[in-house]
Design a protein around this ligand. Sequence first.
Ligand SMILES: NC(=O)C1=CN([C@@H]2O[C@H](COP(=O)(O)OP(=O)(O)OC[C@H]3O[C@@H](n4cnc5c(N)ncnc54)[C@H](OP(=O)(O)O)[C@@H]3O)[C@@H](O)[C@H]2O)C=CC1
Ligand SMILES: O=C([O-])CC(=O)C(=O)O
Length: 267
Amino acid sequence: MLKIGIVGCGAIATFISKAIARKKVSNAKVVAYYDKNRHKAEKLSKITNADVCDSIDELVKKDIDLVVEAASIKAVEEVATKALSNNKDVLVMSVGAFVDKELFLKLYNLAKDKGRKIYLPSGAIAGIDAIKSLTFGKIEEVVLKTTKPVEGLKEALKDKGIDADAIKEPTVVFEGDVFDAIKQFPSNINVSVMLSIASEFPAKVIIVADPNAKTNNHEIFVKSSIGTLKVLIENVPCEENPKTSALAAYSAIRIIKDISEPIKIGT
Ligand SMILES: NC(=O)C1=CN([C@@H]2O[C@H](COP(=O)(O)OP(=O)(O)OC[C@H]3O[C@@H](n4cnc5c(N)ncnc54)[C@H](OP(=O)(O)O)[C@@H]3O)[C@@H](O)[C@H]2O)C=CC1
Ligand SMILES: O=C([O-])CC(=O)C(=O)O
């Protein structure tokens, strides 16, 4: 039985907890939660009976195999460093943190030294399997066009001084590289960093705010010497957090399930 500790008790942690409690994943149990808002951890502990911790340090010292980071980009360095240093594997949802190459290398080397694994789920996008294989050829172009309901982009738009309520038709609110995209939309475009890591090529990113959209759509285009990939995924947003697609949580759940599977499907 894989023992899991979860840091960040929002939308993704809720999906994971329910999937485990409802035995959709039978090889794992949640044993500990930590959230900076203790009441959120307490709410989830009612679903799984897991302990509520007062700090990341307390959580990583527990008898657990895997720490799931489902908190924020800012939390990744501390959570992953402490998890790996305490000989736990770590699954990182806030993949945007790895836009920082130094952090990527630091955690990569720590995991290697400790003989532990860092899991980066495909998250809210599809096609990562093929894109990883395409890197054996020459990648020429990587583009992500994300269209989200205005509601899901509201906070980030406010930070940019854009009044989301004034958007009455599909509007491009960002066009640029992955580095600026994740800086300006840290809770919306982790997928662009995942795409760039998988393709080993910095993605061009376009973000559209659509007042009529009901789904979080990600359109991916990768041109390479091996082939050209075009993928569109239309994701149902989480009720608890409309910025986040349910698929992102299910990709983490799938990794947790696959850890104990004797057969590995896909690249
Ligand atoms: N890889 C991918 O494809 C995707 C990644 N994500 C990312 O995954 C992460 C989790 O998403 P989601 O569950 O929707 O987010 P939520 O906002 O629903 O939940 C995150 C929770 O973690 C808490 N938190 C934030 N920072 C810390 C910290 N340092 N220590 C402890 N708790 C903390 C938050 O508190 P508070 O609300 O007070 O900040 C909140 O309760 C986010 O970073 C999100 O951007 C999301 C979708 C797709
Ligand atoms: O869930 C999504 O559709 C994408 C997302 O929020 C992210 O990548 O940060």
